[in-house]
Each structure stands twice: as C-alpha cells, then as structure tokens.
Design a protein around this ligand. Structure first.
Ligand SMILES: N[C@@H](CCC(=O)N[C@@H](CS)C(=O)NCC(=O)O)C(=O)O
Length: 217
C-alpha cells in the first residue's frame, strides 16, 4: 500500500508516540515529518493546526488534529473490526474513559512533570507530582487482576496511556512501587509491531534535590 498518510510529530512526544504506535501496529504506511517548535510556530503548520500542536495527521487532503481523535479516526477508517476501539457502547465507553484520562490526569501529571524537567516548561513540578501520584495509585489498583486498561485485550486506552507512564521517570515520577503498572507496560511493549519511544536521560539526584523532589527509578 503506498502511503496516503502523513504524520507530523517529534520522537519524544508521547502524544505523537501513541499515534505512531497505532500506525505501526495497524501496518499502515505513513510519511513522518518532524515538527519541532520552530516548525509548529510557522504559518504553514498553523494552517494545519491553529493550536500549533503535534500530532497532526493528514490523510489525502484531510487534516486531523488531537491524538485521541486521530487514533479514533484511524481505527474507524482502516481497522474497524480490529478490537482497538470496540463498537459496543459499554465497551467503547471503557476505552473513552482512558482517552479522557490521557488528556487530563496523564497530561497534567506525568507528562507535565517530564516537560518541566526535560524542557523547562513553566509549571509547578510539585502539582504535577501530586496529580501523578493520584493517577498512579488509581492505575496500580485498577490493574490488579487485569491485563490491559479498558478491556481484557489491548485497546486505544493502552496506547494512549503508555508513553507518558513508561517515560514518567524522565520527569522524576517513580514507578518503583507500581509492579502492576510495570507489568502492564511490558505487556504493551510485547504486542506485535509495537514501537518504543526513545528514552531521555533521567534527571540526576543533584538536579532532583535542587528541585525538591525525590529521585525516581
Ligand atoms: N490535546 C493534544 C495535545 C498535544 C500536545 O500537547 N502536544 C504538544 C507536544 S507533546 C505540543 O505540540 N505542544 C506545543 C504547544 O502546545 O504549543 C493531543 O492530544 O494531541
């Protein structure tokens, strides 16, 4: 199949990663265009997404923004029977719940903490840490006796949450006391054609203490 899909993103963006992982697992060929801040600030990019955010997916002439919407589009258009997004309303609701958590607690907890530490985003690391602790507590308990987040098989819920949880230590958020979450991450990574997100250095203890947070694993 020749690619009709173009994805704009960056390699270390968890929002981009969830779309790339899905494209890879669905076996959909695509062209990747790197869009660092300089590109996102350009008039050409802002014609695609006036919010200046990645990921953006272009399919033929159509433009899709927002990682959750892009994932839903890809499954509904290219793999409606794949199970990544069930059609049964009650099952779909379980998946949507995690997509909203990905845009809420995950974004403002682990993703925010990582952004503050790695790229000096303006924001309160203490607040992001509190949100993260609450989310990790809930996920750890939720994953007791469960293999995947929403249903008994992998869904978009798992892809949406994977990146910023797997890379939470890069923002000083430890997963050391979360065995269920670490087991879930391994199960997601073992899925056929899953694509990993590149690692960033975990901040040093010195940097950690300078920012009044506990060093994470
Ligand atoms: N709700 C959006 C958020 C995407 C997002 O925050 N992307 C970040 C990179 S990971 C970005 O482009 N930030 C630049 C900006 O907000 O100006 C989604 O799910 O795609």
């Amino acid at each position: 199949m020749s690619p009709t899909l173009t994805l704009y993103g960056t390699p270390t963006s968890g929002h981009t990663h969830r779309v790339e992982a899905l494209l890879s697992m669905l076996g959909l060929p695509y062209v990747y265009r790197e869009a660092p801040a300089k590109v996102r600030d350009s008039a050409a990019f802002q014609k695609l997404n006036p919010l200046g955010q990645i990921p953006v997916l272009v399919d033929h002439e159509r433009v899709f923004c927002d990682s959750g919407a892009i994932m839903i589009y890809l499954v509904q258009k290219y793999a409606p029977d794949s199970g990544w997004l069930p059609t049964h309303p009650a099952e779909a609701a379980q998946v949507y719940r995690w997509l909203f958590i990905a845009a809420g607690e995950l974004r403002y907890g682990p993703a925010e903490a990582r952004g503050i530490w790695q790229w000096n985003w303006t924001g309160e690391h203490t607040t992001a840490k509190e949100i993260s602790a609450n989310l990790l507590r809930f996920m750890e308990q939720h994953l007791t006796g469960r293999k995947f987040l929403a249903l008994d098989h992998p869904t978009l819920a798992d892809l949406a949450c994977y990146g910023y949880i797997a890379h939470a230590p890069e923002g000083g958020i430890s997963l050391a006391s979360c065995p269920n979450i670490r087991g879930w991450l391994k199960r997601v990574e073992a899925l056929p054609n899953f694509k990993l997100m590149p690692d960033l250095p975990i901040p040093s203890a010195a940097k950690s203490s300078a920012r009044s947070v506990v060093q994470s694993g």
